[in-house]
Design a protein around this ligand. Structure first.
Ligand code: GLP
Length: 258
């Protein structure tokens, strides 16, 4: 597990985008896992810039999104699908059929979740999974208490999450109460994890995720078990860490592998 502390949001975003771009360039059929939320927006902006200005090619890339609110159509302006379309996909040359996201209006959610898991495997598995972190330590919509071995399924959102996400809706009553989310067990099967956090509001969750004991009560602590995790945080998010961390990740030489 590498913990990289950067000066600010701009620097964490650029580093995460560079690491993702390196994966895209090193694979013939790259498979990427993406989160929504405010944290990855800077990374997506930089990935768009790399496409427009430096020719980063997305034509062979497949993506899987972490989660979706139950009851929201993809075209709903607060759905995770809409977020991804507006903030990344519509700006790059990805094939629409290579974009995968949980279907919040699936009639049979259990069958859909099984299909989603199978689809990840059929596509070759996720090469790099980008993650944000909730203020309560959740990853995707795996709230505290989620099994560390959980798979894609429906979850009830925690009160804190509904409160945190109310900023995106007109009132907190409009925030959906359920979501479909990749499980923690699903997430850690990705070949590489990048966990991103900025702002002091994440300092507690980051200190527990990195320096606390592994526990289902802080789902992000599971990244400690992954052999290839990079946690990239800005100084405010790192403010409650007690050990010294590095400012640059190890340079990993990549070669075409699939
Ligand atoms: C959301 C998402 C997570 C995200 C987290 C943090 O509810 N389900 O994938 O990482 O909360 O969001 P933000 O980046 O806006 O702080």
């Amino acid at each position: 597990m590498e913990v990289v502390v950067k000066k600010d949001y701009d620097e964490i975003s650029k580093l995460a985008a560079k690491m993702i771009a390196d994966v895209i360039k090193s694979k013939t059929k790259p498979v990427l896992g993406f989160p929504t939320g405010s944290t990855p927006i800077g990374t997506y902006k930089e990935l768009i810039r790399l496409h427009k200005e430096e020719g980063l090619d997305w034509s062979k890339v497949s993506t899987f999104n972490l989660d979706e609110y139950v009851g929201l159509e993809p075209k709903h302006d607060q759905s995770c699908y809409y977020f991804m379309w507006e903030n990344l996909f519509k700006h790059i040359n990805i094939r629409k059929e290579s974009i995968h996201a949980p279907n919040g209006v699936a009639k049979d959610i259990v069958a859909f979740c099984k299909w989603y898991e199978d689809e990840i495997i059929k596509t070759g598995g996720i090469d790099v999974q980008l993650l944000g972190i909730g203020g309560n330590g959740h990853i995707a919509f795996n709230e505290p208490g989620s099994s560390l071995g959980s798979r894609t399924r429906i979850k009830t959102l925690a009160k804190e999450t509904i409160k945190d996400n109310a900023r995106f809706f007109k009132t907190s009553d409009e925030v959906p109460k359920y979501a479909i989310t990749m499980g923690i067990g699903t997430i850690i099967e990705a070949r590489e994890l990048i966990l991103l956090a900025n702002k002091e509001t994440k300092a507690d969750a980051i200190s527990k995720a990195i320096e606390g004991p592994i526990t289902a009560m802080v789902p992000a602590t599971v990244v400690q078990m992954h052999p290839r995790t990079t946690i990239i945080v800005d100084k405010p998010a790192a403010s409650k860490l007690t050990r010294e961390y590095i400012a640059e990740p190890r340079v990993l030489k990549t070669t075409k592998t699939n």
